[in-house]
Write a protein that binds this ligand. Structure first.
Ligand SMILES: NC(=O)c1ccc[n+]([C@@H]2O[C@H](COP(=O)([O-])OP(=O)(O)OC[C@H]3O[C@@H](n4cnc5c(N)ncnc54)[C@H](O)[C@@H]3O)[C@@H](O)[C@H]2O)c1
Length: 387
């Protein structure tokens, strides 16, 4: 495979995971990092063993060596960073949510298409081997016609009013929990059943209308301690949400998201019920897929390449009994994106070869987030996804 040179913007939590996943491919070279300050970029470049810590994003984008940028900045910077990169003809791999709202997401999608760059959004949960398998089983009718989809995505890292993060700030957009983790749940379910959400009805709850923001501010995951100075910061985004769904093809669904559910760390769970059976998967135990049946015993499909459909075996790179999880799914996603880039394929002329989420999926996600938020703000009324 041709070697591809790339750069990282924003080396906090997820950035280094992008780097690790892409480096595992063996043909991606990270040239450098741009971050909030030149000092931070330099330090992180040294820590992650990259040649360059850039003075600024502009300096990185001026570097002719760099073909691709990974946008791993806080959500409010997704739009300006990505638009600047597209403008310079760089391919962009953006983390989710693509933008703060659907209008910006559309602008980003249209700009990337017009410029002819490769564009991708890291909805990584699709790339777990058993999610690829579940999609194939659903598509070939193994569990019959789907009528009900349900699940949740629960976390506890914002359980205390002293927990603080940039996601809580006003610049982060009108939705927090739904945009942050509901976006993953909705993308995954749409991928599994191959159907779009048509209408939503939601309720948002803010458990802590005021949180203690440490004065040091804007750090990734912070907790104000007794001795630390903090300010009272008013919160107007949801700590948890409940959402009813109607899909275009008649499927009904419901899901909850929460960042204040004690004991749940990264509890993404999906279940699909059809006329012949059910499938269920828990992200925290990713190597097993539950198969529910009525007239036969229920079963578990364990992740084992020899038990997977031939078309999805490429997503399991270890034999049965050798666990594969979050980081491996991320690597699978990077492999699909970087193969497309290295082959020199075009998002327009080679669209049948696209096997990763694009800005079109990011736009779809922003539309869904926006409709869920509008429904909740209107007091819980059925709201159509505007397309
Ligand atoms: N796909 C996933 O599963 C997943 C998981 C976590 C986060 N994310 C997404 O990744 C993004 C980053 O989240 P995180 O948890 O890594 O945040 P973080 O706070 O840990 O890291 C953000 C990084 O961006 C840098 N930064 C801030 N402003 C910048 C600017 N203007 N220009 C350049 N760099 C800047 C910060 O210094 C920091 O290094 C978010 O959009 C988030 O939704 C996705």
């Amino acid at each position: 495979m041709r070697r591809v040179k790339t750069g990282l913007v924003g080396a906090g939590f997820i950035g280094p995971n992008h780097v690790e996943a892409a480096r595992r491919l063996g043909f991606v070279d990270f040239v450098g990092i741009a971050d909030r300050t030149a000092e931070a970029a330099q330090l992180r470049a040294e820590q992650l063993n990259m040649p360059k810590g850039y003075e600024s994003l502009e300096e990185m984008l001026d570097d002719p060596e760099i073909e691709v940028i990974h946008n791993c900045t806080p959500n409010e910077f997704h739009f300006p960073v990505t638009m600047a990169a597209i403008e310079r003809g760089k391919h962009v791999i953006s983390d989710k949510p693509l933008a703060l709202n659907a209008a910006d997401a559309r602008t980003m999608y249209e700009a990337a298409q017009a410029k002819g760059v490769v564009h991708a959004v890291t909805f990584n949960y699709r790339f777990n081997p058993l999610m690829q398998q579940a999609r194939t089983m659903i598509a070939r009718g193994d569990i019959g016609r789907i009528h009900f989809i349900h699940g949740h995505y629960l976390q506890d890292w914002l359980l205390y009013p002293t927990d603080y993060n940039w996601r809580l700030e006003k610049e982060g957009g009108a939705s927090r929990c739904v945009a942050d983790i509901g976006s993953h749940w909705c993308d995954l379910i749409g991928f599994l059943v191959g159907a779009r959400i048509d209408q939503v009805l939601a309720e948002y709850t803010t458990v802590y209308p005021v949180r203690q923001k440490p004065k040091q501010s804007r750090i990734a995951f912070a907790q104000a301690t007794e001795n630390e100075e903090y300010i009272d910061y008013p919160i107007d985004t949801e700590d948890f949400a409940s959402v009813l769904l109607r899909f275009e093809n008649g499927i009904r669904g419901v899901f909850s998201v929460s960042q204040v559910s004690a004991g749940h760390k990264n509890g993404l769970e999906v279940e699909v019920n059809g006329g012949k059976g059910s499938l269920a998967w828990r992200q925290e135990e990713p190597n097993q897929l539950w198969i529910g049946r009525r007239s036969e015993p229920n079963g578990w499909l364990l992740k084992d390449p020899s038990l997977l459909d031939e078309s999805v075996r490429q997503y399991a790179s270890l034999p049965g009994g050798h666990g594969e999880a979050w980081a491996d799914a991320f690597r699978n996603l990077m492999r699909n994106i970087y193969t497309f880039i290295a082959m020199g394929w075009s998002m327009e002329a080679d669209k049948e070869k696209i096997n990763f989420p694009t800005f079109a999926d990011g736009l779809e996600s922003n539309r869904v987030i926006e409709a869920i938020t509008a429904s909740a703000k209107a007091g819980g009324v059925w709201t159509k996804i505007e397309r």
